[in-house]
Ligand binder design. Sequence first.
Ligand code: 5GP
Length: 186
Amino acid sequence: MKKGTLFILSGPSGVGKGTIRESVMAIPDLNLAYSISMTTRKARVNEKDGEDYFFVSTEEFERAKANGELLEWAEFVGNQYGTPKSFVENLLNAGRNVLLEIEIEGAKQVMQKCPDAITIFMVPPSFAELENRIRGRRSEPEEIIQQRLSKAKREMKLQNDYKYVVINNTIAKASEEIANIIKHYS
Ligand code: 5GP
């Protein structure tokens, strides 16, 4: 059986990766599975354990790391995030395409381990728009917002490391563009 293709979607915090990912996942015929990450971050009000993330304690995260259960991991604004390895491998071996929505440090690790992965970087129409979106969540204190904004500025510079750059002008357009990339490699 033909193995599936691994896709990495990165982009600065607040660019709308989560929304676009949901929209892409709803498009039929992409044979696409989403890799649910593990994080030590607290769930936001609208997030569900086992759907958006596996929300775990620092001890559980450290154990998964020590046992070699993570394909990659990174710290992001004080919390740990990682991709469970066996889930991704099983799906790829079963012929499914797999989408990772991860930040750049983790993406670098996957690019090294899986050089065939197709990398996509999403950018906002403008930085002002990005700030609006991060503030619009109203879920985090100013200090964290400032950290996310300065991190986003640094992250934007790394888009050249990715094969594709997609501008998130509208949800429909950006998801169609990503869907076309996925179809191209299916
Ligand atoms: P958030 O707290 O906004 O959900 O996520 C913060 C950042 O962590 C986002 O850029 C998101 O893409 C990234 N992220 C989510 N899951 C993972 C993961 O498993 N590994 C890595 N390296 N980054 C992740």
